[in-house]
Ligand binder design. Sequence first.
Ligand code: FAD
Length: 412
Amino acid sequence: MDHDVIIIGGGLVGMTLALALASGGVTSAVVDSADLDATLTTAFDGRASAIASASAAMFRTIGLGAMLDAHGCPIHRIRVSDGTTGKPLVFDALESDGPGSAGGGALGWMVENRHLRAGLLTAGRTTAAISLFAPASAAAIVRDAAGATVTLADGTVLTAPLVVAADGRRSKLREAAGIAVARWSYPQTAIVTMIEHERAHGNTAYELFYPTGPFAILPMLASDGGANRSAIVWTVENDAAPGTLKLGPRALAAEIGKRIGGLLGAVTVIAPPASYALGFHHAATYAAERLVLIGDAAHGIHPIAGQGLNMGLRDVAALAEVLVDSARLGLDLGAPAVTARYSAWRRLDNSMVGAVTDGLNRLFAIPGRAPAAVRRVGLAAVERIPLLKRRFMAEARGETGDRPKLLLGEAL
Ligand SMILES: Cc1cc2nc3c(=O)[nH]c(=O)nc-3n(C[C@H](O)[C@H](O)[C@H](O)COP(=O)(O)OP(=O)(O)OC[C@H]3O[C@@H](n4cnc5c(N)ncnc54)[C@H](O)[C@@H]3O)c2cc1C
């Protein structure tokens, strides 16, 4: 076998896995059908991601600390409210710092996806244990008792005991393996853009709930000229999406202003809006013969709590630990016992996060005064019960469940 693992898909999750494996001495071939240099522009992906503090601890452990320090804006506070009315529920990082917390004063970091991609790609290209094939596509993949063979369209043949599907929500590998998927679409579209604003955000992420869907304002590092800057993820009903996308910068700023009230003062839109259809999907298993699924190939959720990528990064940390441990014991990395250990470790946790985000979206989508009153009582209750509040904050930081070493900031 010429590699320990073949990873199909070198996106945010696949490339992080290659680096995590390399940190534990496991080699990989990464195959991506895209020209990865072309994925580094805001035109390709203008989104920013909330990287939970546990995911950030893994990035630092595998050598991406400089990228986070240069481009990450710490989130010190999350303020949740039913629209702009009522008493908000405030999660403050300083309230939850304590032994075992990887926060260092932050619940997480906001990073533009183009910076995440650039940091990962540079590290992937300069790591000896990683062979990168991109743009390249797999013409044939054979998985059997003897091992896995991937033949690329140019005739290159790659062999390994295990193939990892990191090829996103429409995963061809998942489909070819016949793995069933539970899925549904939300009648909602996410509109993503970037704003500059008069008042400082104070490292606060705002999550405002409206019956049409949640509206998130996420703190970013200041613009080059020093202006205050935040990312917007605005969930609208599908019918409203085309009209919203057609709005010019001034009209869009006025609509955003209506929803966020005077929270940040005058607002200017600085990036053309992009839209994402929202859906939920979850694979029935993450393991098949000499194959495992990670990231969006395994699951996709509503972006209401900014957890989708973090779930994929938790898959990475668990899979890397299982494979590095197994390699040290001289085990076959594609053996059913190895792949089943990973699937069992991650599937339940991801099911729970998926169910909670789905439930939250539905709860806040119920229109009318009575449900709004119930929500306000609920928010106030969480605010008053320290144990419950700490639990939600640990969830936001990614510090719950049976955590793999990398998420604790420990090397493999
Ligand atoms: C509006 C919005 C906001 C979000 N905000 C957040 C957030 O704040 N925090 C968060 O944690 N998550 C967030 N998410 C979720 C997050 O963006 C995704 O979960 C994450 O990008 C998934 O990464 P991935 O690497 O698994 O998949 P992808 O990013 O889809 O990457 C798949 C890769 O595989 C390659 N590929 C595909 N098919 C093949 C093939 N056949 N052969 C070879 N290569 C192939 C592609 O070129 C690509 O590089 C958000 C999502 C949306 C829609």
